[in-house]
Design a binder for this molecule. Structure first.
Ligand SMILES: C[S@@+](CC[C@H](N)C(=O)[O-])C[C@H]1O[C@@H](n2cnc3c(N)ncnc32)[C@H](O)[C@@H]1O
Ligand code: SF4
Length: 237
């Protein structure tokens, strides 16, 4: 996101009743050339910054000074499996995590893991040994605009729709994409068919699933991605 767009959104949002601004998307937030300027600007507005990082570029002292809590993605501690799923810098990530633990309490670290059927016990043990208790494990997102990136064997099943989305029922989140488009949640990756939150509400009231909500866990509570047996797993990017 361009700097001017970011500051105009921040200026506007800081006048609303919000507490936390999360800098994240599908890319790596810390790759943004002005990431730390953004963090400073959020704090200068009296707001709390948050981010989920892949941990490869973490500056431990800066993180400790600026973030009350930080999210780090770790799906495995197995170097071979990490390589297969595209987490190419595992060694550096784990080294950075230990550097972070040297300067802040483990209570300020939240580990995010996607459950792709990999053994999770070694990772859980690794975190427990470091005193990290906040471990959020989520399934692979079954939404259509995520699933189109998956390997052919990873097919989603959605089941029945509730037509009630909590992100539309109340303003839980305002998400801005890099063009400044405001969305009701962070799950809409293909914005081509998105018009407005109001239109999504109207469609769901008419028991129509909006194109940009197809397969979303918020309205398809039984949706899941069928994964091939771990030994056959190959992730393409
Ligand atoms: C949007 S990401 C990206 C931020 C950063 N690049 C990283 O790797 O942490 C934030 C979280 O979403 C998770 N995520 C990404 N793709 C996902 C998917 N298809 N299904 C479920 N979670 C996913 C990531 O693993 C990460 O924990
Ligand atoms: S994508 Fe999901 S969370 Fe977002 S508005 Fe649609 S149903 Fe709700």
């Amino acid at each position: 996101m361009a700097w001017g767009l970011f500051t105009s959104i921040l200026e506007r949002e800081s006048k609303q009743h919000i507490e936390r601004v999360s800098l994240q998307g599908e890319g790596e937030p810390m790759m943004h050339p002005r990431f730390w300027d953004m963090v400073d600007a959020i704090r200068a507005h009296g707001l709390v910054p948050y981010t989920i990082t892949n941990g490869s570029l973490m500056d431990a002292l800066r993180v400790a000074a600026a973030f009350p809590a930080i999210g780090i993605s770790i799906d495995t501690i197995d170097p071979e499996y990490a390589q297969r799923i595209g987490r190419f810098k595992l060694h550096r990530v784990l080294r950075n995590l230990d550097a972070l633990l040297g300067v802040l309490s483990p209570n300020r670290i939240i580990i995010h893991t996607v459950d792709m059927g990999q053994p999770l016990e070694p990772l859980k043990l690794f975190l427990r040994r470091r005193g990290i208790n906040q471990h959020m494990i989520q399934p692979l997102q079954p939404k259509a605009d995520y699933a189109k990136r998956y390997s052919p064997g990873e097919s989603p099943t959605w089941g029945a729709c509730t037509y009630r989305c909590r992100f539309l029922a109340a303003p839980l989140m305002r998400y801005y994409d890099i063009t400044g488009l405001e969305l009701p949640c962070c799950f809409i990756k293909n914005t081509a068919d998105f018009v407005s939150s109001e239109q999504l509400r109207q469609q769901l009231n008419q028991r129509i699933v909006p194109t940009c909500c197809q397969g979303c866990g918020a309205i398809f509570p039984h949706a899941k991605v069928e994964l091939p047996a771990p030994s056959d797993m190959v992730t393409s990017r």
